[in-house]
Design a protein around this ligand. Structure first.
Ligand SMILES: [Zn+2]
Length: 117
């Protein structure tokens, strides 16, 4: 079972206490954007076998949204952090890089993401 630390209330919450909210760090596009940008924002999501950044809500706890960095292959959790940031904290990026040599957080086009190399 997936267990995540809620960065707001400090609880180690089991998956059943949480609600998944999809991919984290999406760049939002709205009125005035191109059709391709809006389509990408609405429909295109990463589905990696490896490092992934996700939104979670502590629905049966404090009710707040947070982000989690984890490996979809091994279910290893690298850390959780506030949903009010545009990139993972440096300490979490360093932890992932130490465990997944070659992994980097960067910008690919207009889409900032972490990638396995
Ligand atoms: Zn909480």
């Amino acid at each position: 079972m997936l267990i995540l630390h809620c960065p707001y209330c400090g609880v180690m919450a089991e998956e059943t206490e949480l609600h998944a909210g999809g991919e984290a760090h999406l760049k939002r596009f709205g009125p005035g954007s191109s059709d391709e940008e809006f389509e990408g924002y609405l429909f295109h999501r990463e589905n990696p076998k490896g490092v992934h950044f996700e939104r979670w809500r502590h629905v049966n706890g404090c009710g707040k949204w947070f982000h989690a960095a984890r490996c979809t292959n091994t279910l290893e959790v690298f850390g959780t952090y506030s949903a009010q940031v545009t990139a993972p904290p440096q300490e979490i990026q360093d932890k992932i890089s130490a465990k997944r040599p070659g992994w980097t957080w960067g910008t690919w086009g207009d889409d900032p993401k972490g990638r396995d190399q």
